[in-house]
Structures are given as structure tokens and as C-alpha cells.
Unconditional design. Sequence first.
Lengths: 399, 345
Amino acid sequence: MRTKAHVGINVSIALALALGAQELRAEPLRLRGDALVQTRSPSPVGLVLLHGQDKLRPWIDADAVAWMGVTDRPDATGDVLSLSVRARHAATGSELRVGRMLVSTGAVRPVHLDGVRGQVRVLGGTTAEAFAGAPVVRRFGYRDFEWAAGGRLGQTLGDHTAFGASYLHRRLDGARSDEEVGADVAFTPLPWLTGAGRWAYDVLGKGTTDALGSLSVHNADARLEAFVTHRSPGRLLPSTSLFSVLGDYAATTVGSTARYRAFPRLELIATGSAQTQGSAVGGQGLGRVALALDDTWDGSVGVEVRRVHFDTARWSGVRVTGVVPVVTRVKLSTELELVRPDDGGDRGDLWPWALVAASYAVSDRWFAAAGVEASAGPDYRREVHGIARLSYAYDRSGR
Amino acid sequence: MRRALLLLLVLVLSACAGVLGIKPRERQRAFAHRAHSLKGVACLECHEGIASAKDEGPLHLPGKAKCLECHKKPHDDGECSGCHGVAHTREEDRLAREHLKFAHAQHVPKVGGQCVPCHTAAGETVQTSMRPTMAQCFTCHEHKDQWTTRTCDGCHVDLPKELARPSSHVVHEGDFVREHGVRAASSRDLCATCHGEPFCLSCHGVSVAALPWRLELGQPKLSGLHRAGFRQRHAEESRASPGLCTSCHRDERFCADCHAQRRVGVAPGSRNPHPAGWVRSRGGEHGRAARMDPGSCATCHGGSGEALCVGCHRVGGPGGNPHGHGFSSALDRDRDQPCRQCHAP
């Protein structure tokens, strides 16, 4: 485990970046701070986001996201989600990022990494990416002999097609915990037709980890999408886990989503899918109606109905939402949900949940919101919680 | 009967027209650029000074006084642009001034002082927008390299702030949680033109401060996987989408830590959550459950808890071979984890 000194150093770096950035003459500079206070854990929590770029040296910029808060334990804690510096070659778009970052490339799974990621572009539309480093562990944890490396080779054809192949190798305690290869494609051959697909293959488990495909047709008012997903839950676990070698039942889902703007202020969305896993066959469906209260959709009311019927997961639910602008800077909002499990057992027959909130845009930089959340669920009879947020955003992007 | 229903529908729609956003035909109509041009009025006669306009400054839209120079007897006392011109085109001009780096002074000489090569809509009878599309810019400026490398700040002041959506932008509609991954796989850089690292990390970060929606408590119209009473129904959601949780929450302790804090399931002293007959001498339900949702098993029985399984399922043990039909692995069964737990001599 890392010492408290490491924790202090990480947090200090984030704070130094946040507070001292202006003195560094980073411009454009974006700083955002959010404080969330709630009467349930974790609370209070503070989140600081910072993006800085030097106008004189546009080839370099920095990102930082850090949070600090109090957990169930009395001590304060926090984490640095991102703290990275990027050097970029503007003419080609090639870049090198060093620090803590999220590496999401191609069809292989995303990795939160302390390390380095490089991307080289060749102006024929070819892109080569590579990354390596130590996967991030929660709350400043650290594991010996854990590292990950991989990359992607991609190609674009005009602005209508992109495809690529990717690879991920990850080790835990020196043993191979993941080894994946993936392929991805996205295409927009016609202005009204879009498709995308990705496929990841587990080299160690010798099978498809995860595959998704999507094809949609759309115009300004309507969109229809057909999708298929295939996921192996055992192969998504680290290969060092005993539960990854049981030989799982993969789940395959086929479905469709439709969106239709029936009137300028009325939108309808419907989704339906069928799913199989082993001998289990089922599906789920959702319908949503949203009605705007003004032309800019600042205020709206909506109703959503959902039914899930798959193996032992069987429930119906309804959700009602509403946002009403009271005056220019003040909005009232509410969200109500009622879930009824088919077989609640000893967990109750109805699981209601409700939130009533008010938000106030104090100025262009300050924003405040507060609400009351009430619910009753499987692991408790009923709960009422208060929740409040105060945000500050500083943006000096300039022209 | 059909006529009555049709009549009823028309009446309902008429009554709800305002609520649904259906509006009477606008009083405003597009300015008749083509008609003025055919009369021999040059663009610069009305849009004075536009040819030398730089990146900043006024929009060079003519006011009433300019119209009255020719139209000596107006039929109305109001502002001419109130009817002759559509408000959204003026708003587009204002937004272009705010969000784009563009100087007419640099462009007008290069197109021989002509306006229509870029503002093609000026020559059309029906004008929806006078602002040239990006494709129009690309007819001269290939910008192929910039497009390939997503170097947009040569023209766009601040693309994320501009809230411009690429024409192929489909991932924000429908089911964002399911769709965004498949699009981002091959177009991560396209996503990155608007969304920086913090956006992705608010969900994919190993340790996030709070569920993202709790920061957006005042915006219930935003959808999301963890929205509303997700905490209450998360067990059902997990069972209904096998493997979906594990695709983000990879750490086996993720569930166990929270359950232990709330004294649910895995807390010391809590009762066995499994029903009677879960483990029988000839299998029981646990084998099927483990194949359906191995992530759930790993939540409590992962790590040192695997010893419980190994006790029965080791080679030669009473539990027999736990691997499913057709199981295959590239791991070395005598050397690699977890195989050696059962297979090592």
C-alpha cells in the first residue's frame, strides 16, 4: 500500500494545479469545482476539474480531476481520477499523454492507467496508438507486479468509415489476467444511415468477450436503430479469478430503439429487446414520452414505463419527471419512480423512490441546487435524505 | 364513424396545438435576396463594409434606414426586418461571430468580390439559412488534414462550448449507455473533440466521488444507467443484463465493500443469502447460477473465498469438474492462476 505521504503528494499536485494555474498563465483555462453534500455516505464530497492550455504553446495542455471527501470512516479521503499532461503535434494530430488517464481504445476494454499513451497519425488516415502503465487501484491503493499494455491500429476512409484492430495485455501479480484482441468499425455511408460494431476476443479464455453491433436510419425528426449484443460474463472477469474458468452462458440480445419527434414539443421513444442466456429466454421494453413546456425545452414533463422479464429478474416500473422554470434562474424539478417486482419475497412489493429539487443559477459562474430524496427499498423500510450541490465554473477561453 | 374520429382528432390537435408546439405560419418570411439581386442591387449596397470586415465587430446587417434609401414609401412603420427576414438567420450570424474565427476581409478578394459562391442560399427562392455549411467551406479549404487530426481550433473558437453536433452524431439519442461504447470504439477522437478525460472518468474512473447523476440532481430529463432508484433495483438490473456491471466495475471487491458497509449479504454475522438446496450432493442450483452470473459469485466468494469452491471441485474432489461443455483455455493448468488451485498436484 502507498503511504499517506503519497496521498498527500497526489492531492497537493492537484490542488497546486487548481490554485496556481492562473499564475502559470495557462490560457485558455477552465476550472470547475463542485461540492456535493448529502445526508448519506459519501458526504461531503468535493470535485475539482481543471483544464489548462497555454496559448503561446498550444502543443501542450493539462487535465486534472480530483475529489476529496469523507467516507463512513471518520478520516478524510479522496482520489485523483485524472492528472495528465498532453503534448500534441497540431499538424498531424499525433500526441503523447503522460500521467493518470483513461485509456479507451478500440474494442478492448477501457483501462484507468498511470502511465503513458502515444498516438501517431499519418496523413493517409492511418492511426497507431500504444499505451503502457500500471492500472489504477481505488483510493491510492497499489498492487505489485500489475501492469497493462496495448494499442490500436486504425484507418479512416474519407469521413464516412473508420475501422481498426486493438490489443490489450494485462498482468496481475505477474500472471496474465487479461489478454484481448478486438476489431471495430463505424460507418456513415449516407447522411441518413449509420452503423457501428465492435468485437473483443479473449485470448486466454478462447472465446468472444463482448460484441456489439448497431445500425440506424434517421432524419431530423425520427430515428430507428437495430442492435445486437453478445456478452460473456465469465470472460469479463480477470482471468486470474476462479469464476472466469467455469464455462459461462453467454448472453445474446437483439433489439430495436425508435425515437420520433411527433410534434415540436413532443418526443416519443420506444425500445424493445429479446435476450437469451443458456436456457433462459426473456426480454425487456421501455416507452418514454416527453413534452416540453417551452420551445427551448427548458421545462418539460415526461413519463417512462419499463418492463423487464428475464430469468429471475422480473419487474415493472414507471418513472415520472418534471422540470419547471419558475423564474429566469430558478428551476423546480421532480423525479418519481415506482418499481413493482413480480416476486419481491421478503423485500417488499413496491419500491418507490422520489426526488424534489430546486436549482438556482446564481451567476454565470455559480450554480446551486438542493433537494430531498425519499425511498423505500429491499434493504431498508424507508429513507429520507437531503442533497445539495454548489458549483463554481471559471472559463477564460477567450478568442 | 371514421369522419367523427377524424374530426375529433383535428379538434384535439387544435386544442393542444400550443402545448405541442404547433405554431401558426410565421409572420416572418425569408428576406428576398434573390429578388433584390435580380433588380441589380449589389450585396455590398446593403451590407456595407462587410468586404473589409475582420474577425470581430458588427454584423453588417442593414437597418431600417438602409431600406428606406430605396423603399421611400414603406407600407408599415415597424422595423423592416421584423417581417422581411427570419429571426433565426440573424441569430445564426450572431453565433457565427461568437464561435468562429472568420474574416470576410480575407475571403472576399479570393472569390473575386462575389458573395454567392459561399452564400449559395442567396440565389435560391426558398432560403432556410444564409450561413454557409461546413461542406461549403471545404469546397475551397480542403482541411482534410485538420479533419483527420481533429484540429478544429483553426476556425472554431471553442468547439465544446459551441455545442455543435457532427452530422453523424447519433450516440446521444436512444440508449446512450449501450450505444456510446460501440461508437467510441472506432471514433474516440471524434468524441474527444467535445468530451475531455473528465467526462469519461466520471463513470469509468476506478474510484468516483459519487454517482454522476447526483451532481445533476436538478436535471431529471437526463437519462442514465444509474438514474433514479437504481440502488433499490440494482440486483434486478444486474441479473437482467449479465456481465454489464463487470464491464465497468471490474474490481471484485466493488460490490462486497458496499454490501459490507450496509451489512447486506456479506457482512460478518449476516445470514446465508442462498435458498435451501443451493448446494446439493449432485450440484443444486449454484452451478447454473455461477454460469449465468459468475460476477455475482465472485463478489462474495472471490479472492480467498475461492477456497470454498476448490474444496469440492478440485481434481478428484466430490464436486466434480466445474467447467462447462466445450470449455477451453490457453492457461497452463499446472502453473497459471486460477487453474493450479485445483489442478496442481
